[in-house]
Design a protein around this ligand. Structure first.
Ligand SMILES: Cc1ncc(COP(=O)(O)O)c(C=O)c1O
Length: 432
């Protein structure tokens, strides 16, 4: 964000409840993006607040260097009960970037101590985002966030994302035979399979415009990773904790990765937390005697912080016990239905996503898929108009995303979509 522009009209939030923020001037905003894909159980959730208050009276800090704590153990058991397959070992951090960094380091160390010391390269997607720290940025493929900091570390390779609406190979699904997934094997072979450690992917990519892979995509990747002993890492920092209509997108796409990275919705933003969950195969390589030096050589001061863990336990329990993933599926369907009704406006090019992470790509011409002139910043203008009208969305020059708290009620969805529709119509009157 450009500070000069922001400083002229700063948006300063004062409080929030449910799906509503209120700024210092008393203006209300419907939170159509869960803070930033984070507040899954909604704002001011009583159960989470009470759990945190209780925890503060008991224990607020116990560093992971010499101990663990009751809340970290409780959260580990809870996470392990909701992850797919045998992803039963967990390690906690303070946010998303720490989690993706750790997952890639875990992959490297895993291969070193299982007889494959040359495996260090990481493959990921163009237009992806895995975090702001150097390693996570190296794996990210979103040019505008990374180019200014280059050169980044060695060994990061990128492949085209499964953007079916604008296939990078000019093909159509299903005749394409999912070339964007199949081609990864060719790249691995050219690079030398003995040098590739991991493939990291957001099951649904945010920065590329809610990129949603077609059926069969992950099956091909999973098979390829198994064939060449490459760890498949799902960056579920956005998609985790009910967002895609199941607890994890791994379940939505019926694919079990070797490592899942978590953040954002893990504690719904009530306290900073992230983490990784990994398979028994990976965990076993780190379990041994002290003198063997097998332990994962990685940690952070605030990992497993008791207050963050208490918030996460309460938030995850809310998501599970209220079956918020199911509610996310229903609410997402209602959003899609409303978007489909706007097709007569002639600018809704493509609607994509799963559960409560829905994106809409704008086009100048729906028949030819011609984009609006970049300088017009069509999506940004729609997003900024919505903001003026009291709705917060994620916007980009060509697309807009909806990802409200999973607790959103149908009347609130209707309010959100009414404001969006008014904003879109307002821009269409001025901007084509
Ligand atoms: C998919 C994904 N991975 C990683 C990150 C980094 O998380 P954090 O900002 O908590 O470091 C983000 C943040 O937006 C993200 O969207």
């Amino acid at each position: 964000m450009q500070m000069k522009e922001f400083a002229q009209h700063p948006l300063i939030m004062k409080k929030a409840e449910g799906v509503w923020y209120e700024d210092v001037n008393g203006k209300k905003y419907l939170d159509g993006i869960s803070g930033i894909f984070t507040v899954n159980v909604g704002h001011k959730n009583r159960k989470v607040l009470d759990a945190m208050k209780k925890q503060l009276d008991e224990l607020s800090f116990a560093p992971p260097i010499h101990s663990t704590n009751l809340r970290a153990l409780e959260l580990a058991a809870l996470i392990s009960s909701i992850t797919p397959g045998d992803l039963h070992t967990v390690k906690f951090f303070s946010g998303g970037s720490e989690s993706t960094e750790a997952a890639m380091k875990l992959a490297r160390q895993y291969h070193k101590q299982t007889g494959n010391p040359q495996k260090y390269k990481v493959i990921s997607l163009y237009d992806s985002y895995h975090g702001a720290t150097m390693g996570a940025l190296g794996a990210s493929g979103v040019t505008k966030r990374k180019t200014i900091f280059e050169p980044l570390g060695a060994g990061y390779l990128h492949v085209f994302a499964p953007t079916c609406y604008r296939c990078p190979y000019g093909l159509n699904y299903p005749e394409c035979d999912i070339l964007c997934a199949r081609i990864v094997e060719q790249i691995v072979k050219k690079e030398g399979p003995e040098t590739v450690s991991a493939f990291i992917i957001e099951p649904i990519g945010n920065t590329g415009g809610i990129v949603t892979p077609p059926p069969g995509y992950f099956e091909i990747l999973r098979e390829m990773c198994d064939k060449y002993n490459i760890l498949l890492i799902f960056d579920e920092i956005i998609t985790g904790f009910g967002r895609t209509g199941e607890m994890f997108a791994a379940q939505t796409f019926d694919t079990t990765p070797d490592i899942i990275c978590m953040g954002k919705g893990m504690a719904s933003g009530y306290a900073p937390i992230g983490g990784i969950a990994f398979s028994d195969k990976v965990a076993d390589a780190f379990y041994g005697r002290e003198e063997e030096q097998l332990h994962f050589n990685h940690g952070h001061t605030f990992g497993g912080n008791p207050l963050s863990c208490a918030a996460a336990i309460a938030s995850v329990t809310e998501i599970r016990d209220r079956d918020l993933p199911h509610k996310a599926r229903e609410s997402g369907a209602r959003i899609v239905e409303r978007l489909e009704k706007l097709q007569h406006l002639g600018v809704i090019g493509n609607i994509r996503g799963k559960g409560l992470v829905i994106g809409v790509e704008f086009v100048k011409d729906t028949a030819t898929k011609q984009k609006f002139d970049e300088r017009l910043k069509f999506g940004v203008r729609v997003g900024k108009t919505a903001l003026q009208k009291g709705l917060i969305l994620r916007y980009d020059p060509n697309w807009i995303a909806f990802a409200p708290p999973l607790t959103i009620e149908t009347t609130e969805i209707d309010t959100m979509m009414n404001i969006f529709e008014e904003s879109l119509e307002a821009i269409l009157m001025t901007a084509t």
